[in-house]
Ligand binder design. Structure first.
Ligand SMILES: Cc1cc2nc3c(=O)[nH]c(=O)nc-3n(C[C@H](O)[C@H](O)[C@H](O)COP(=O)(O)OP(=O)(O)OC[C@H]3O[C@@H](n4cnc5c(N)ncnc54)[C@H](O)[C@@H]3O)c2cc1C
Length: 491
């Protein structure tokens, strides 16, 4: 059987797989999605336990227009902008509210940390400039084709290259710009948004502060999982055909053209094939290629996470939707993560409580806590021992800072570690964001969204260009759509 010209297959129904399926279907293609799990969403999943609902993976939602543009009008808007982005708790007892309004945030920093408001605003306007310089090249476009790179606009951007501070680490830059150790720690933390080490990643990553503080942080009315639900609903509306519990075993290539996929003994043919599978797994099992794997292995994987989902039998008025409890020694924390491949004995703890926004996520008088610490990728550590140590350390730390016996408040519990993330989503080593950005050239070594040598084969998702996190995954789908349209003359 021959595939019709407009048949497309997507492997994986993560957020990026759903986005490209919607984009292809809108272009009039006949699209089938094959997903090994029982449901769509990939890392963006939810679960329910003892009356609590928990988002399992992503919790911070930025650049929501990238979801809006995939949805029919009646499905949006489905989120609201947060007024308090994050509450920060430092080991010296300082507490700080990161307010969405930049003026108010700068004043809060001045009052609580004694750093002038102008310094904070200056930092954020620098981050904005870096965003404007880099986003059109590194986030919303591909630089794997000369015609996309050599443009007049990019030439003008090149003249402002020194602004990017690529030869300083994010930490060095923050130290120099901000001085105060607590504020430096706050802005260093943005490196973790793509699983990187602030002591190594280039200062260019300050763009993330711009995303959160100036473009804003948002939250879906029914929790993060709603993003997956809406994209799935939209894809179904457009006639996308989903096959769940269906693991793809092989990608079939004939000469220089993609031919389809193999599932067990069955072959499915198509003209356009998009993989949302972690790129390591892709070259390990779907289209084995040792040379390409070796190239990918040159760079550090991003960090992973250990998450405790705790149903709490009381409410905590001092906490917001997003809360950070910083470690005392940030450098040591990252040395543990990236060099020793361990979780620090005093980790920075992130507590996300969706019931603050959606009271239905917890029984009356209760809260659903998602308690996350950064973890190294899985290289065979004893995760059960690490779970016990981290649980104890987190309970002591948060209990001390919140003056509460937290263990006594836990009425429902589950834990997720890097091995679980690897097993449920196919992410190599359980890394959350594919390759880290620890190296100056990391961005250039991310796998492109297409193969020059195989017609009809494309890649989306967090492990390929432009990288991990919901906005970047959605951007990868947008880039693939553009290239596919150019190559196939789709309308
Ligand atoms: C704990 C955690 C916290 C995070 N926090 C944030 C956050 O706050 N904000 C943010 O923006 N991002 C966050 N992220 C990152 C974000 O979740 C990911 O970047 C994004 O969801 C990845 O989507 P994806 O489509 O690339 O891949 P995935 O979600 O990994 O989906 C890939 C899909 O492919 C399927 N698959 C794999 N192999 C096969 C096969 N052979 N056959 C069929 N199907 C296959 C998998 O089952 C999976 O469903 C977080 C991630 C985690 C895990």
């Amino acid at each position: 059987m021959k595939a019709m010209n407009n048949t497309g297959i997507v492997i994986g129904a993560g957020i990026a797989g759903l986005a490209i399926a919607i984009r292809m279907a809108r272009r009039g293609m006949c699209v089938s999605v094959y997903e090994q799990a029982a449901r769509s969403g990939g890392k963006l999943k939810e679960f329910r336990q003892d009356g609590f609902r928990f988002d399992m993976g992503p919790s911070l939602f930025t650049l929501p227009h990238l979801v809006d543009e995939l949805l029919d009008e009646d499905l949006r808007p489905f989120y609201r902008q947060l007024e308090v982005v994050t509450r920060y708790f430092f080991e010296d007892g300082t507490q700080l509210k990161a307010l969405a309004d930049v003026e108010e945030f700068a004043i809060e920093v001045e009052q609580k940390l004694g750093v002038s408001a102008d310094k904070v605003k200056g930092y954020l306007s620098h981050a904005e400039e870096v965003f404007e310089l880099t986003a059109p090249i590194f986030i919303f476009n591909t630089f794997h084709r000369w015609k996309d790179v050599i443009t007049l606009a990019n030439f003008k951007r090149l003249l402002r290259f020194s602004k990017l501070k690529v030869f300083s680490s994010l930490h060095q830059f923050n130290k120099q710009m901000l001085g105060d150790d607590r504020l430096v720690q706050l802005f260093d933390r943005y490196a973790t948004y793509n699983g990187s080490n602030p002591y190594q990643t280039p200062a260019t990553l300050s763009v993330i502060a711009h995303l959160e503080h100036e473009l804003g942080a948002y939250f879906p009315k029914r929790g993060m999982h709603q993003i997956n639900q809406l994209l799935f609903m939209q894809a179904k509306r457009l006639g996308v055909d989903f096959h769940f519990n269906t693991k793809v075993d092989e990608v079939l290539v004939e000469g220089k053209k993609v031919r389809g996929i193999r599932i067990g003994d069955e072959e499915k043919w198509c003209k356009q094939l998009v993989s949302d599978v972690d790129i390591h797994q892709f070259y390990r099992s779907l289209l084995p290629d040792r040379k390409r794997l070796k190239k990918l292995e040159k760079f550090d994987r991003s960090s992973s996470a250990m998450i405790f989902y705790w149903g709490m039998n009381k409410r905590f008025p001092d906490l917001s939707l997003h809360n950070i409890f910083f470690s005392k020694n940030y450098k040591d924390e990252f040395d543990n993560l990236f060099e020793r491949k361990l979780i620090s004995p005093d980790p920075t703890v992130y507590v996300f409580i969706s019931s603050k926004e959606n009271p239905d996520d917890a029984p009356s008088g209760c809260e659903n806590w998602f308690v996350m610490v950064n973890a190294p990728e899985n290289v065979g550590q004893d995760w059960e021992q690490m779970r016990r140590q981290v649980r104890k350390a987190v309970l002591i730390k948060l209990g001390r800072l919140l003056k509460e016996n937290l263990e006594a408040c836990i009425v429902a519990e589950k834990c997720l570690n890097p091995v679980d993330i690897e097993q449920t989503t196919g992410s190599f080593g359980g890394s959350i964001y594919g390759a880290s950005s620890n190296h100056l050239l990391s961005a250039f070594y991310r796998h492109p969204n297409f193969r020059k040598d195989i017609e009809g084969l494309y890649f989306v998702g967090g492990s390929v260009h432009p990288g991990g996190g919901i906005p970047l995954c959605l951007s990868s789908a947008k880039i693939v759509e553009r290239i596919m349209v150019e190559k196939t003359k789709l309308r």
